[in-house]
Design a protein around this ligand. Structure first.
Ligand code: SF4
Ligand code: SF4
Ligand code: SF4
Length: 267
């Protein structure tokens, strides 16, 4: 076992112990491995991961088919419903793709004919950036959206009143609102009983797989990506995300907004 794998499991193992001590009722109420409450900021994870981060190697993700297993893995494990075509505008997405110009609008230019870079002609992977300074947390009136000490921005679905301030506050379109009852679109036999389903009228988004980190597992999309996605502690200089950020040309989405995204793209 290499060093980074060993340290990842060590970190995550401590987190698992912490979650095991959390009452079940409170654990399932939230979108992650720990419930919201006065103890926020004292979670053991703050000692074990200074700042969880993801690196997306866009060189390895080119065709739509490259993204499908990643999206499928996330949506399956988190009970994200697949809505029929007539409900397309109500789509719930935790991880999805979009064009370069929507992903990195600040890098767009008026390219001379015949000189359009190839990077513009492929999809880019999008998810919640788990921003260091998340506007969604600041605007949420009920504290249903909160940030853990290790940087992960989570939701307590039971606290969400569906006001959608967080959707207006997020400059990345990373949140979806349940216009319909999501459970109506989840075949019973496909429901992952280890993760909560949601109700109509709440918002949801990627949780950086907090519940999997607590069990010593990498995020589902990372596991399915065959090395195109990396995940780890950016505060640990020996982690694979630290090395990837250090050794490659990386960009982040809309850095001028000052939210400090924790998703990095190798381009
Ligand atoms: S990407 Fe949006 S939803 Fe995610 S932490 Fe940042 S502001 Fe919040
Ligand atoms: S929709 Fe829910 S999570 Fe979003 S701001 Fe309102 S209460 Fe908070
Ligand atoms: S980190 Fe987890 S929750 Fe977020 S997109 Fe990947 S699989 Fe989904």
């Amino acid at each position: 076992m290499n060093n980074s794998r060993r340290s990842f499991l060590k970190y995550a193992g401590v987190a698992a112990a912490a979650v095991a001590a959390t009452p079940v009722v409170r654990a399932v109420a939230s979108s992650g491995g720990a419930a919201h409450g006065p103890e926020v900021g004292k979670l053991p994870t703050q000692k074990i991961a200074g700042r969880w981060a993801m690196v997306v190697d866009t060189r390895k993700l080119v065709k739509e088919a490259d993204f499908e297993p990643l999206i499928e893995a996330c949506h399956k494990v988190h009970n994200v419903p697949h809505l029929p075509d007539e409900k397309r505008e109500e789509e719930i997405k935790w991880i999805w793709t979009d064009e370069f110009e929507h992903t990195f609008p600040e890098f767009m230019s008026r390219w001379p004919k015949g000189r359009v870079p190839t990077t513009l002609n492929k999809p880019y992977l999008l998810l919640c950036n788990h921003c260091e300074y998340p506007p969604c947390v600041r605007v949420c009136p009920t504290k249903a959206t909160f940030q853990r000490a290790d940087g992960i921005v989570l939701m307590d679905f039971h606290r969400c009143i569906g006001c959608r301030y967080c959707m207006a506050g997020c400059p990345y379109g990373a949140r979806s609102f349940n216009f319909s009852d999501p459970r109506a679109y989840l075949p019973e036999e496909e429901i992952n009983m280890e993760f909560p389903t949601r109700v109509q009228g709440v918002v949801e988004k990627c949780n950086f797989c907090a519940e999997r980190l607590a069990k010593g597992l990498r995020p589902a999309c990372v596991e399915a990506s065959k090395g195109a996605l990396l995940f780890g502690d950016l505060d640990d200089p020996s982690s694979e995300v630290s090395r990837a950020v250090r050794n490659n040309f990386v960009i982040r989405r809309k850095p001028e907004l000052g939210t400090q995204p924790n998703v990095y793209y190798i381009v």
